[in-house]
Write a protein that binds this ligand. Structure first.
Ligand SMILES: Nc1ncnc2c1ncn2[C@@H]1O[C@H](COP(=O)(O)OP(=O)(O)OP(=O)(O)O)[C@@H](O)[C@H]1O
Ligand SMILES: [Mg+2]
Length: 245
């Protein structure tokens, strides 16, 4: 999978996504877009529907209606592995790795779809991005710190060489130094043309590094615009976060 070429107008778009969970409507027509070579923030309070949006996008939850558009065409893929093969890689919430497996096997388990000859190169590429994982490769997943587990999760997503990388709660529970390191990696892949959707409950980091931003409130988009404008308009954020309480 290739990243967008310089100047290419690649876009991942959700169109009027409607989703039910446990018999309850949790997304009421969510539309948002992510451009290649940019970080787009999706923020909102606890329970707003951020992870549900990610799971519907990733093919992990069936949607009631709505479309996913990739570069202007409807993405027909519905199953998780098809979505991934189409170039959309997701880092789920919770930075979980398989504790009994080695770090190497955790990485390889995420790359089963890659043809053998490509696997070595892809592994080398992610270890160049995360050199701190190299000395950990033989260790069991459970021995890693939270930050190292998140690095493995991001590395797993990058192994697919995605055009779009969706990260659900990059920073939750991690030390500021680790967050800084992970944000640096996002900026690095964005510079290579990947489009990143960064989902965060806490807005400071996400809005500081994003170009575009969406605020989700009770399953609806309450703001769509630039991250810069949202940084200047704390009233919008306060409104959405209070509404959830
Ligand atoms: N497994 C589930 N079964 C049924 N409903 C669920 C399930 N998980 C979440 N929900 C509901 O879906 C809605 C959206 O939750 P979601 O987890 O998508 O929000 P979120 O914005 O990711 O929140 P958080 O900031 O806590 O991660 C909430 O009303 C929640 O109660
Ligand atoms: Mg969530």
């Amino acid at each position: 999978m290739r990243a967008c070429e310089q100047g290419e107008a690649g876009e991942l778009r959700l169109d009027e996504l409607v989703l039910d969970r446990g018999g309850k409507r949790v997304l009421h027509g969510v539309s948002l877009s992510v451009r290649c070579g940019e970080i787009t923030a999706l923020v909102g309070p606890n329970g707003a529907g951020k992870s549900s949006t990610v799971m519907a996008l990733a093919g992990l939850l069936p949607r009631v209606s709505g479309r996913v558009m990739l570069d202007g065409a409807v993405l027909m893929a519905r199953r998780a592995e098809q979505v991934r093969a189409a170039g959309i890689a997701v880092v789920p919430e919770g930075h979980r790795v398989l504790g009994d497996l080695s770090v190497r096997d955790n990485l390889l388990a995420a790359a089963t779809a890659l043809p053998g000859p490509q696997l070595k190169g892809a592994l080398e590429d992610v270890l160049a991005i995360f050199p701190e994982l190299e000395p950990k490769l033989a260790l069991a997943g459970r021995s890693l710190s939270g930050g190292q587990k998140q690095m493995v999760c991001v590395a797993q997503a990058l192994l697919a060489r995605p055009r779009f990388l969706v990260v659900d709660e990059l920073s939750l529970g991690l030390a500021p130094m680790v967050v800084k390191r992970l944000v640096g990696v996002l900026q690095q892949v964005v510079a290579q043309g990947v489009g990143v959707l960064l989902i965060e409950q806490f807005t400071t980091v996400a809005l500081a590094v994003s170009q575009q931003a969406f605020v989700l409130e009770r399953g609806r988009v309450a703001y769509a615009g630039t991250a810069a404008e949202l940084r200047q308009r704390p009233d919008i954020l306060h409104g959405s976060y209070l509404a959830a309480g």
